[in-house]
Ligand binder design. Sequence first.
Ligand code: FCB
Length: 456
Amino acid sequence: MGTLPANFKWGTATSAYQIEGAVSEDGRTDSVWDTFCRVPGAIDNGEVGDPACDHYHRMPQDVALMREIGLDVYRFSLAWPRIQPGGSGPGNDRGLDFYDRLVDELLAAGIDPWPTLFHWDLPQELEDAGGWPNRDTAYRFADYAELAYRRLGDRVTTWTTLNEPSVVTTHGYLSGVHAPGRKSLADAAAAAHHQLLGHGLAGARMRELAAQAGNPFELAITLNLGPATPETDAAEDHEAVRRADGFNNRLYMDPLWHKRYPADVVEDLAAQGVTIPVQDGDLEIIGAPIDALGINFYFGMQLSGRAEDGSILDADGAPVSRHVLQGRPQTAMDWEIMPDEFAKLLSRVGREYPGVPLYVTENGAAFADKPDEKGYVHDVDRAGYIADHIAAVAVARKEGADLRGYFAWSLFDNFEWAYGYDKRFGIVRVDFDTQQRTLKHSAHWYSETIRRVRGR
Ligand code: FCB
């Protein structure tokens, strides 16, 4: 890691719904995740995102832990239904006050606040009105961004619009394993476009306000980019890779960089009777310059274009895409560990989508932690995962990718969406019975690594 510069930024990441709790306090209304948690069978063990880490009530101690670890920057998300209950109308002062205090607490601790406006907790009322497949949601998002900016824009210097729009598209609207649990390719395609439109509209709105205030900021978006490799050299395996790369990666990167959707993805969708609902001027809005790209990475996939019985079309007549394990070590999520693919992915982004500074805004691993009687977890596996992926960042930098920071996912064990509390990603253990926080070995290791690279 000696190859990372002393000014490299070190952080951890969390998201509102996964840690805050207090879901009906101070005027917050339901998000799609509150609703989804009530669907029988949607979340493992019937768990819900409340109280999660009870961060809403323990924020000052939590910031003190970040300071102890020695973070430069903290990536968190703002809960839309806390700031603008119901997703429209005026801001909710009590909700905004919480983030106001968080930002001040971070700055007082010497930690740069790095908020994300949307990490999946769409106000339920907006889902009832059609959700992200409804174009109006993009305009609502810009209004919400304005409320957040007006309150925090004097102190926040980097704003991230969206977290992983492709996961909302594929899990929220196509496979339905995430909130709001819909299963429609047409809805998914519309959700992808309207999230990007929302990103562009919100960015433009905040830039306008920043110009008036003479207070510029850096605009970012976070994507989870999934590298795919073919199982064999067969044409259908390469096709499966092309389709996955198109739908998960290029569907977002190309409009942001080149103001157009990839022609092959548009064709793939058309073959299934689906059109991306683009209107005149949308791509200009989406493709306006950004100042930073956040990349989240956990794993890549090896794909085969054939089902186990050898067929290349599934029962619905759609081309087969089958995930084939490579036999690598796996995390508790059953995700294969592949820092080499991470390095290749980062180099590729640097090469094919140049010109914008890159940050790894999430990376980390769930393992089956075994705390001792004091709650201490000697998680050499997690520290090893993080070390190997930081090393991949250094490799990609050497190959020219302009990587400037790394955020470990996550600061805390937290509510891991459909998996509930069982999958622990934290470098800090949370005992969900007592809310006791205990730094794991990985947190101590991370802390030492940061100080070593920084040279103090
Ligand atoms: C990412 C999400 C984050 C967390 C990690 C494990 O896709 O952005 O909230 O759940 O996965």
